[in-house]
Design a protein around this ligand. Structure first.
Ligand code: HEM
Length: 278
């Protein structure tokens, strides 16, 4: 659609910008891709509640950025270096206190948002067919998010962090059969020590973020493929569900007519039971 702003010669900056976008688009198809990704029909009744998943994604992005900055100053050393580096970030590094604060509070915010998002999905019944795999990938995201909290907590390496993590690892280690192995993997051996801090640091910095990024990719793929679900009170959804139920009953009746006595009887009987006529 042409608007009044499109009339007349364009300013040089706009011409250069459009030429640059066209150059990239002709070779990559990025405009079509972005349009496919961003411009889609959403059901009537979509509300702010459906923005919680995206909020979780934004908070994860913030955690990644602030985490990268913290990693530039943090020293995973159990001989006092880890704690001292945290002190230096908080007291000496420019804006260090703010980046650390954002990362620390962001961790709690992310867990709260993910739980709220999950509650929204549960109340909407959005985990049902055909979105089971979206739910399962989400469940892995929840586990990994909580594991980020556990592994990050130890990195400060003060008394509170140390003993809280000892308790958490002991809980894992007391699980039947696999528990002792999980305990050894987390501690990087039978005892808590320097290797444990390095293990937690690498899990926190590399393993879980890579896992979360991969699972967000999968989660989004399912959401793109299946579209966002309609609220349970949507008239269209209720009508579709009623039509599907009618069609199912009609199919059972047809099936029953086509079958001889012994098989037909239970089929019609069960259809009747569902109808409430029996
Ligand atoms: C890091 C954590 C997570 C991120 C970044 C994330 C991201 C998203 C986004 C962007 C959406 C689409 C918009 C929306 O419905 O809000 C969504 C939908 C969905 N999510 Fe998540 N999610 C996360 C965790 C979870 C968890 C823990 C579950 C459940 C166990 C879950 C299950 C679902 C389902 C079933 C949908 C489809 C909802 C619908 O179609 O109405 N997600 N997620």
């Amino acid at each position: 659609m042409t608007t009044s702003r499109d009339i007349g010669p364009k300013n040089p900056a706009q011409q250069v910008a459009e030429a640059a976008v066209d150059f990239v688009d002709e070779r990559s198809g990025v405009k079509t891709g972005a349009r496919w990704f961003l411009f889609r029909n959403i059901p009537a009744g979509t509300s702010w509640f459906q923005t919680l998943g995206f909020t979780a994604m934004v908070v994860f992005g913030m955690q990644a950025i602030t985490g990268i900055i913290l990693a530039m100053y943090y020293v995973p050393d159990t001989q006092g270096g880890a704690y001292a580096s945290i002190q230096r970030i908080t007291e000496e590094v420019t804006w260090g206190w703010m980046v650390r604060g954002m990362h620390k509070w962001g961790a709690s915010v992310m867990i709260i948002i993910v739980f709220l998002h999950m509650a929204r999905v549960f109340i909407w019944g959005a985990y049902k067919y055909p979105r089971e795999l979206t739910w399962i990938t989400g469940a892995f995201l929840l586990l990994m998010t909580m594991f980020m909290g556990l592994t990050g907590y130890l990195l400060v390496w003060d008394q509170k962090a140390y003993w809280a993590t000892v308790v958490a690892v002991n809980i894992f280690a007391s699980a039947p059969v696999l528990g002792p192995y999980i305990g050894d993997i987390l501690r990087a051996g039978p005892e808590f020590g320097p290797a444990t801090l390095t293990r937690f640091y690498s899990i926190h910095m590399l393993v879980i973020p890579a896992g979360i990024a991969t699972f967000i990719g999968l989660h989004l793929y399912f959401i793109m493929r299946l579209g966002i679900s309609e609220p349970p009170w949507s008239k269209r959804r209720l009508r579709i569900e009623r039509d599907e139920e009618d069609a199912r009953r009609a199919a059972v009746r047809e099936h029953a007519k086509a079958l001889p006595g012994a098989v037909a009887y239970p089929a019609t009987w069960s259809a009747g039971a569902k109808d409430g006529t029996r």
